[in-house]
Design a protein around this ligand. Structure first.
Ligand SMILES: CC(C)(COP(=O)(O)OP(=O)(O)OC[C@H]1O[C@@H](n2cnc3c(N)ncnc32)[C@H](O)[C@@H]1OP(=O)(O)O)[C@@H](O)C(=O)NCCC(=O)NCCS
Length: 216
C-alpha cells in the first residue's frame, strides 16, 4: 500500500444561491421537485444504463430528501446536487451531481440525467461544464471522472464534448440487471481544465485597422 498524501486542503463549497449558465439556472433541490424527479427516475428508458432500475414513489422521496440536503462539499462522499431549469421557465429538466470521491486524493465525479423530452439540446454538456468549473475552480480538485455503462453513447458523447479523456474500458466488471456490464471511465485533470478554459478565452482585441474610413 502506498503511504497517504500530504492532505492538500480542499476549499469547502456551499451553494448559497442559484448558479447560472448560458441557458440554465442550476439550483438546489426543493420539496416541490418530487414530480420532476419521479418523472425521470420511474422511467425504464432513463434507467437503462444506470445502476438502479425504475424507482418507486417511496424510493424517489428518499432520494429527493438526500438531494435537498446535498448542497455543500466538505467531506468525503459529500454531494452537490443541482436541479436545472431553463431560463424563463419554471420547468426542471435536469438532475446534476458533483461528488467528492476522495478528499485525500482530491478526486471528484460528475453525473447527469436530463428528462427525455429535452435530450439532444446540449443541456447536459452545458451543466456538466459548470460542474467541472465548480470542481476545479471552487473546490480545487485535482481530477474529476465520469463513469458510465459502455453502451451509453449519449453519456460518452457528453463527456467527450466536455473535453474529458477516455481513460479506461473495464470489460464486464459488474453484474447489473441480470447481465455482465462494462464501464467506461472518462477523466479530466485540473491542469487540463486550466488549459481548456484559457484556450477558450476571447482573443485580445485586434489592432485598430488603418484602412480609411474605419479609423476614428
Ligand atoms: C446522457 C444524457 C444526460 C445526455 O443529455 P443531453 O442533454 O441529451 O446531452 P447533450 O445534448 O449535451 O449531448 C448529447 C450528445 O449525444 C449524442 N447522442 C445521442 N444519441 C446517441 C447515441 N445513441 N450514441 C452516441 N451519441 C449519441 C447527441 O447527438 C449529442 O452529441 P452532439 O452534440 O455531438 O450531437 C441523457 O441522454 C440522459 O439523461 N440519459 C439517461 C440517464 C443517463 O444515462 N445519464 C448518464 C449517466 S452516466
Amino acid at each position: 500500500m502506498r503511504p497517504s498524501g500530504d492532505g492538500h486542503l480542499l476549499r469547502a463549497f456551499e451553494l448559497d444561491g442559484p448558479l447560472e449558465t448560458e441557458r440554465l439556472i442550476l439550483r438546489p433541490f426543493t420539496e416541490g421537485d418530487f414530480d420532476f424527479l419521479f418523472s425521470i427516475r420511474s422511467r425504464p428508458d432513463v434507467a437503462r444504463y444506470l445502476l438502479w432500475g425504475p424507482q418507486t414513489e417511496a424510493q424517489v422521496r428518499e432520494i429527493l430528501d438526500q438531494k435537498i440536503a446535498s448542497r455543500a462539499i466538505r467531506e468525503q462522499d459529500d454531494v452537490l446536487a443541482l436541479a436545472g431549469v431553463p431560463k424563463g421557465t419554471n420547468e426542471v429538466i435536469g438532475d446534476f451531481i458533483l461528488r467528492l470521491v476522495s478528499k485525500e486524493h482530491q478526486q471528484g465525479e460528475i453525473g447527469f440525467i436530463i428528462h427525455p423530452d429535452h435530450h439532444g439540446r446540449g443541456y447536459a454538456t452545458e451543466a456538466g461544464r459548470e460542474l467541472l468549473r465548480i470542481a476545479f475552480e471552487d473546490v480545487e480538485l485535482h481530477r474529476v471522472v465520469g463513469i458510465l455503462e459502455a453502451r451509453n453513447g449519449p453519456s460518452a458523447r457528453v463527456l467527450e464534448k466536455l473535453g474529458m479523456r477516455r481513460e479506461a474500458h473495464l470489460v464486464e466488471n459488474e453484474f447489473v440487471k441480470n447481465e455482465w456490464q462494462s464501464e467506461l471511465v472518462y477523466a479530466m485533470l485540473d491542469r487540463e481544465w486550466r488549459r481548456l478554459t484559457s484556450e477558450a478565452q476571447p482573443l485580445p482585441p485586434a489592432p485598430r485597422s488603418r484602412r480609411p474610413g474605419t479609423s476614428p
